[in-house]
Design a protein around this ligand. Structure first.
Ligand SMILES: Cc1ncc(COP(=O)(O)O)c(C=O)c1O
Length: 484
């Protein structure tokens, strides 16, 4: 029996992997748009038609079915017309490393399940901490920015409760902004804080936290008899891609002795930029930082970390269990400091990418996406049919289709419709959001190989979709060729 990966099935493993790699590579060679454009009803029918109770059909047949069903209708983040969310194309060495870790399948919880893997994760964390500017930092890989933010706020909560006598859970306040990721609010809820625990600090015209307003908000917290457990600054807001003034925010936090968490899920790529690292100045003064390598370092999902300035802070929520990681044992068990138990060796992917490409090259790729966004901003700004709505520090483009004469209500209604039409065609994927209460389209440019001409093509599709919607023809007809 050769179902399970072992010496006996090594040849079958090679066959399965070779066939899979060939098929996936063929998809990459031939895919010409980010999505097939199949309707949800079509996809539901395909999924429902599969008999999960039937007899096994063999590995080769099952993998062919995966190709037909999943790969054919997947969303391809590497396609230049994929401009929707914070998903990056992935580095080849990272994909190969993913295959290694899938096969060997370590769990980075205890040292005795991972050995060198734990040491490698710790080294990658130490590398990240050093890039942040921490002298004795620590950290742990997580499933994503949401979990990293949750763990950061858990540590801040424990720190506040341990250091502020008489302060209770429902007294705690987290100061963030309206641009902070929604995981901040959700974390506060999960951590048992009061429903009004998250207070939104006023922002400047670019949606960045105003340090003067933060100082006032802190005073209000004290006046209300509450206690500030943490300030969450964002280095790369989800929509605008803006970086809060970290050093000035850190000044306010230091003066009040409040835990500063920087959510750099999006902006962490700047850590390796040789031209834009200064945008993160002050990040080293945060007590904790979220970094999402699966947004900004061309890593496959998942790959994120929570990094702390003092490694000892992670121990605020350390747990020990006799069967796993008994207290007092001299083994470097990452499970002590993780919210997860069994945990993927995601650090291997970044390790391999750093060794294959070098940090500077990754930084150049990050810079290329920021340069691209700047060029697209110029393009949109000069376009009479489009309105550029906000500047960015990173790589998002917020805009609306609104030629002269088109009223606001119609322009607003078009936003969601245009997105749907493009998605339905599969030819370009753009996102929609709201800015200052009004809907707008969003491009998130995370592909360093995308050219200005590629984005011009997407904008042309936006224009055509909007034009046909205005004429009452709500389909981006597949037969209408748009030069690419
Ligand atoms: C600023 C920011 N923080 C956190 C997150 C959550 O990250 P994840 O989706 O990896 O959980 C996001 C996701 O877009 C984000 O933009």
């Amino acid at each position: 029996m050769h179902e399970l990966l072992s010496a006996a099935s090594a040849d079958a493993y090679v066959d399965a992997m070779r066939g899979t790699v060939d098929r996936v590579a063929a998809r990459f060679r031939t895919t010409t748009q980010p999505f097939s454009g199949a309707s949800r009803a079509q996809l539901q029918a395909l999924v429902d038609a599969v008999d999960l109770d039937g007899p096994g059909r063999g590995t080769a047949a099952a993998l062919r079915e995966v190709d037909d069903l999943f790969a054919q209708h997947a969303v391809w983040f590497h396609d230049p017309a994929y401009t929707a969310h914070l998903n990056c194309p992935v580095a080849v060495p990272a994909v190969a490393a993913e295959a290694v870790l899938a096969a060997i399948n370590p769990s980075i919880d205890t040292y005795d399940q991972s050995t060198v893997g734990t040491l490698m994760e710790r080294r990658v964390v130490a590398w990240t901490a050093a890039r942040i500017g921490y002298l004795a930092g620590g950290g742990v890989f997580t499933s994503g920015g949401t979990q990293s933010n949750l763990q950061a706020l858990l540590l801040a909560r424990e720190h506040a409760l341990a250091t502020a006598p008489g302060v209770g859970l429902r007294d705690l306040v987290v100061l963030a902004t309206a641009s902070s990721h929604f995981s901040v609010q959700r974390s506060a809820y999960l951590l048992g804080l009061a429903p009004d625990a998250v207070r939104l600090v006023p922002v400047d015209e670019r949606g960045r936290m105003r340090p003067d307003a933060l100082a006032i908000a802190m005073r209000h917290v004290a006046d209300d008899g509450r206690h500030a457990a943490a300030v969450v600054a964002t280095a790369g807001t989800t929509d605008r891609g803006c970086v809060d003034p970290l050093a000035a925010v850190a000044d306010v936090c230091d003066a009040a002795d409040v835990w500063l968490h920087v959510d750099a899920a999006y902006g962490c790529g700047l850590l390796v930029s040789r031209t834009r690292r200064h945008l993160l100045d002050g990040i080293e003064r945060a007590r904790s930082v979220t970094v999402d390598f699966h947004k900004a370092f061309f890593q496959p999902v998942s790959s994120s970390a929570l990094v702390v300035r003092h490694a000892a802070d992670l121990r605020l929520v350390a747990h020990h269990h006799d069967y796993l990681n008994p207290a007092g044992e001299d083994e470097p068990n990452q499970v002590d400091v993780s919210l997860q138990t069994t945990r993927r060796f995601d650090a291997l992917k970044l390790w391999t990418t750093l060794r294959a490409l070098g940090a500077d090259r990754i930084g150049e790729m990050v810079d290329a996406t920021v340069d691209l966004a700047a060029a697209v901003h110029t393009l949109v700004d000069a376009d009479p049919d489009l309105r550029l709505l906000a500047p960015t520090d990173l790589s998002t483009v917020l805009f609306r289709y609104q030629p002269d004469g088109l009223d606001d209500a119609r322009a607003d209604a078009l936003v969601g419709q245009v997105r749907r039409v493009l998605f339905g065609s599969g030819r370009a994927l753009v996102a929609r959001t709201t800015l200052d209460g009004r809907p707008c389209l969003k491009l998130t440019l995370l592909n360093p190989d995308t050219t200005v001409a590629d984005v011009r093509h997407v904008l042309e599709l936006v224009r055509r979709a909007a034009g046909s919607l205005l004429e009452g023809d709500d389909l981006l007809r597949p037969d209408v060729a748009v030069a690419r």
